[in-house]
Write a protein that binds this ligand. Structure first.
Ligand code: NAP
Length: 294
């Protein structure tokens, strides 16, 4: 399969599409804000004016947009992919969205004999740029096998985890780890600061110990240098935590750690900081503890 459609050229989608072009795939791309697609045209992508147009000659269409209603719009909207798609098309949705909506989308696509894989990712903008994402895939195993070469361009750990919706559910479990871990990173750095430690030395030591984590290694240095620019926006993790809390509720499962993280991010959003990176949670701790990290 060489003819690939790609929809959504944001922080994640743009470098993922770039890596597919570098690997020799022919890409037809669509981005709602057309200007963001223009620089990719210089690298060889064909820029289309709708998801419908992207689907017309593609064997596989990858989508990575924001939320559940956005995926629905891209698939089934006025100029959506469904209208342009031929039987046999494979749609790979790499956005983080609702597992139950994913199953519904799969059923609606199957009317035209279109297969869906839900394949959300973890690893941040750095993983997207380096092609080292973790990719968790739900859907038919045969369809997964057909798409594996594509996944291997974008990711380094690619796992088929079960039927449609399972990829999204694994991603929600992952988001619990990311959100609750962010609390630990911020609390730990807050104590280091208030007790007068050298933050760089503290970070260097604890990153190598049993308390180390992706967030500590990648976001810890940003926090202590005051870099709160988004790799993953607060408003996006809040979208994910709403899905996590809903899934927990549906399974009668209390998840107090995630609920706390959700409330701390809520404090950031209330202060107008929803478009900062998730590491901006440090601002909440600065206010609680009456200190500044810098
Ligand atoms: P982003 O930079 O905000 O990009 C979102 C993309 O979706 C943009 O291209 C946007 O188009 C497009 N879009 C949104 N709504 C749309 C709609 N209704 N119709 C058509 N296009 C639409 O976000 P991102 O960080 O790349 O995240 C994308 C997805 O990956 C999200 O589901 C996120 O949860 C997930 N994710 C993100 C990270 C991360 O670290 N950033 C990590 C793992 C997973 P415009 O350019 O017109 O706005």
């Amino acid at each position: 399969m060489r003819e690939i459609g790609f929809i959504g050229l944001g922080i994640m989608g743009y470098p993922m599409a770039q890596n597919l072009i570098k690997a020799g795939y022919n890409l037809a791309v669509y981005n709602r804000t057309l200007s963001k697609a223009e620089s990719l045209a210089k690298e060889g992508a064909r820029v289309m004016d709708s998801p419908m147009a992207v689907a017309q000659n593609a064997e596989v269409v990858i989508t990575i947009v924001t939320d559940t209603p956005d995926v629905e719009q891209v698939l089934f909207g006025e100029t959506g992919l469904f209208k342009g798609a031929k039987a046999g098309l494979i749609v790979v949705d790499m956005s983080t969205i609702s597992p139950s909506a994913t199953r519904d989308f799969s059923a609606r696509l199957s009317v035209k004999n279109i297969q869906l894989l839900d394949a959300p990712v973890s690893g941040g903008d750095i993983g997207a740029q380096k092609g080292t994402l973790t990719i968790m895939v739900g859907g038919e195993e045969n369809t997964f096998k057909k798409c594996l070469p594509l996944f291997e361009v974008m990711g380094s750990r690619v796992t088929h985890v079960g039927p449609n919706g399972s990829g999204q559910m694994v991603k929600l479990c992952n988001q619990i780890l990311c959100a609750v871990n962010m609390i630990a990173v911020c609390e730990s750095l807050s104590l280091a600061k208030k007790s007068g430690l050298d933050l760089e030395k503290m970070l260097k030591v604890v990153t190598a110990g049993a308390g180390g984590s992706w967030a500590l290694s990648n976001l810890g240095p940003k926090i202590i240098s005051g870099d709160l620019e988004p790799a993953f926006m607060v408003k996006l993790i809040q979208k994910d935590l709403r899905l996590v809390l809903e899934a927990a509720k549906n399974n009668s499962l209390p998840i107090p750690g995630t609920a706390l993280a959700n409330q701390l991010f809520e404090a950031l959003e209330a202060g107008g900081n929803g478009e900062l990176g998730t590491q901006a949670m440090i601002k909440v701790f600065e206010n609680l503890g009456n200190f500044r990290i810098l």
